[in-house]
Design a protein. Sequence first.
Length: 317
Amino acid sequence: MQDSPISFERLVVVSNPRSSNADRAARITARLEKAFPGKVITRTIGATEGENVKLLKDTLQTGDILLVCGGDGTIGNMIAGLLDSQIPAKLRKTPVIPVGTGRMNDFARIVNGRFYANPLYVLRHGRPISVHPLVCTCEPLDPNNKPMTRIAIYNVGFGFSGEGSLILNDPEFRADPQLHTAITRPTRFAAKGWELLQKIETFNITLHGRQREALDITATNGHIFYGYGRVPINLSRREFYLTLFDDKRPLSTALTVGQMITKRHLEGEIVASAEFILHDPVVGHVGGEPFTPPVPCRVTIKPHQEAVTLLTASSRI
């Protein structure tokens, strides 16, 4: 087997043996062990953020490459753990290969296209890039409540996208056989998105000093989003794309669903930071993982001060 042109001492492969796709991660790990005998270290993903930080702190060494096997949520959680202050600074620069073995693998596909589950190819043909994740802080207007902070390597949203994340994480929906083929998958998503937009309620938000009703507000990491090749601007790594949807009319609804499905957010603004107030209860999500913000709250989104090093084989990023 040809050696990788990317220098490393060890490959640390982190996966979830309890996942429904655990066998896929096991097969990938076996191929890595065959290609690089004695250099592959395997670890099991923890059940909490604290467990994952401890796993990384106890395992990583200088010269490692971290391979995270899983879907968008798993990969995002591990990258957030890598940036934790408990991890030594030199180890926070550990290169990461997201290996898409989950049900939803948008992030891995963005970074490595059709090689999203082929780390051997990435190791042979990849290159390092620096990406600043987004830090989302929800500061309650009631001082008696605790603030909430989430780190998003890909995107963070509230409203329609948050409600959608509840559906995407529903085991029954994930088991739908129509999601497992390239032909029926977009149709199934479009139908579910249309259904959700028809019944979802608007929420009140104050943005740019103006209070208004919204269906969704989403911040997307510009550098990563550009990896789709569908945004007509090469965004800076320290900027992101902020989009607000507020129109439920039939034509607008169809356009909104189309934008969500194809990742073509045609309306929005390029910003270095964003601040808005959520007045009503609403579901949020980070990379497809739902959470409940402590409303009413002031939401601040900005790029993390530290960059994560990713390995990509894509020429579009």
